[in-house]
Each structure stands twice: as C-alpha cells, then as structure tokens.
Design a protein around this ligand. Structure first.
Ligand code: 3PY
Ligand code: MG
Length: 258
C-alpha cells in the first residue's frame, strides 16, 4: 500500500535515476498536471517557491494521490519547520546551505529519532501514510525518511567529506545556481558553468563512494540527461515556473511570427 514511500530509498539506491518535478507554485492542479507526465516524485520548494504551509500539505497529498513521494526543500536552518513537514507525510527534507559538519549534525538532530538525532515525536499523518505502528515509526522512520544536505557553496565543497561522514545524513543535493555564484565570487549566476560541472563530478564520486544518495537540481532536461551519466540517483528537471514561462514564450513567439 505504501511501498512507493517505504521503498523509495531502495528505489533510489537501485536505479535507474529518479526524476523529480520541482514545484514552487501553490495551485495543486499545476503539480498534479506535471506529475502526470511521468515524473517519479515531487520536490516542493518552500525556500524560494510561492508555498505557504497549507499548500505544502496539499501538495504532499496531491503527490500521494498518484502514489508519488514528496520531498520538501526547506528554508535555510529551518529544521523545526522541516520536522513538521515529515510529520505531515513528506518522505524527505532537502536543506539548503549545509556548509559544515556542524550544520549537518544540527539538521540530523531535528530530523532523525535516536540514535542519530533527537527528533520530537508527533508524526501527525506520517505513521498512517507509511502504514506503520507508532513503535515501527520510531524504528523505521529514520531509514525511510531522507535527510538530504544541499551542497551549494565553496565552503560546502571544502567540507564535503565531513558532511558525508555525519551519521544520519542520507544524501547530498547540489544547488548549481548558488554554487556558481560562490565559485565565481559573485561574478555570475550560471548553473551550467564549467566549474559547477567539475564540482558536480566530484560530489557524485565522493557521495557514491560514501554510500550516500547523490542528487541535484537541473535547470532543464538536457542537463538532467548529462547528470544521469555521472551517477546521479535523483534529479529535478526544470521547475513549474520555468516550464510555464518557456512554453508561454515559445507559443506566443510562434503566434507572432507572421
Ligand atoms: C540552486 O541551484 O542554488 C538551488 O538551490 C536549486 O534551486
Ligand atoms: Mg540554492
């Protein structure tokens, strides 16, 4: 019944690459429509998207209606809020700007039950969604729900080995836009920058060697296709906003082309 949730980690580990619909828009029909095109799961963007708490909750259920897991990309350091999203049934949390082992340990402390962390009890919907009893939630929750650290600064790259070694960190997620900003000293933002591509290779190699899930944001499908060959296990492809804009622009250009 809930294999798509309890089996998500195994699916990521076994491959092939899992593709996520990046959802920043509050309107549930947007996520519903995009997911139906064959995406495997949803990433709900709380950090920079338009979401409020109600729309995150609705989006988790919208994905669930298609038996697809939903992960939430939280705000910087917003770990207390993140634990609530897990309670509501999110299968994973993607935390931005994890720049050190201390940041990673703080994240784990909020998102994992002992022995790894000190997550507070209160899985409002999660136990029912996962099909767990309360004791099963404590025993299996740590394994089933994913704590994924974003690698998106020069400092994070320097601390990558230490971040990967923190018990309870399940994976890393590269944020190529922020990474390009820090790697170029603020000169540009370019998620396809050559230095970002080089960093993506390093993160894939080190993350896989450490037995962690390696994942990344991709501005478009061509980039996602390229990253599957680097060993990435979870990739977001574009965003709802990008796709709407580019389709709108392209169709209007055709209409005006004479
Ligand atoms: C980045 O590229 O910096 C991200 O956070 C992905 O949206
Ligand atoms: Mg970012």
């Amino acid at each position: 019944m809930s294999d798509h949730l309890t089996g998500f980690r195994a699916r990521l580990e076994a491959g092939p690459t899992v593709f996520a619909a990046w959802c920043g828009m509050r309107e549930p029909a947007v996520l519903e429509t995009i997911l139906r095109e064959g995406f495997d799961c949803a990433i709900l963007d709380w950090q920079h998207g338009y979401h409020d708490q109600t729309s995150i909750e609705t989006a988790i259920l919208t994905a669930q209606a298609q038996r697809k897991p939903a992960l939430v990309r939280i705000g910087v350091g917003d770990f207390a809020g993140a634990a609530r999203f897990l309670d509501w049934g999110a299968i994973g949390i993607i935390a931005p700007m994890i720049n050190s082992a201390a940041d990673a340990r703080m994240m784990v402390d909020f998102l994992k039950y002992p022995p790894h962390g000190g997550r507070s009890w209160g899985p409002t919907r999660a136990t029912a969604m996962l099909g767990f009893t309360n004791p099963e939630q404590v025993k299996r929750g740590n394994d089933v729900t994913l704590a994924i650290a974003m690698i998106e600064t020069r400092a994070a790259l320097a601390a990558l080995d230490d971040i990967l070694a923190v018990p309870g960190i399940d994976g890393v997620f590269v944020g190529p836009a922020d990474l390009s900003i820090t790697l170029t000293g603020g000169a540009t933002v370019d998620p396809l920058h050559a230095e970002v591509t080089a960093a993506l290779k390093v993160v894939a190699q080190k993350g896989r060697a450490a037995g962690k899930i390696v994942s990344a944001f991709c501005p478009d499908g061509a980039r996602a296709n390229e990253l599957t060959t680097m060993g990435y296990q979870l990739l977001s492809v574009g965003t709802d906003g990008f796709m709407l804009r580019s389709a709108a622009r392209a169709e209007l250009a055709k209409a005006k082309s004479g």
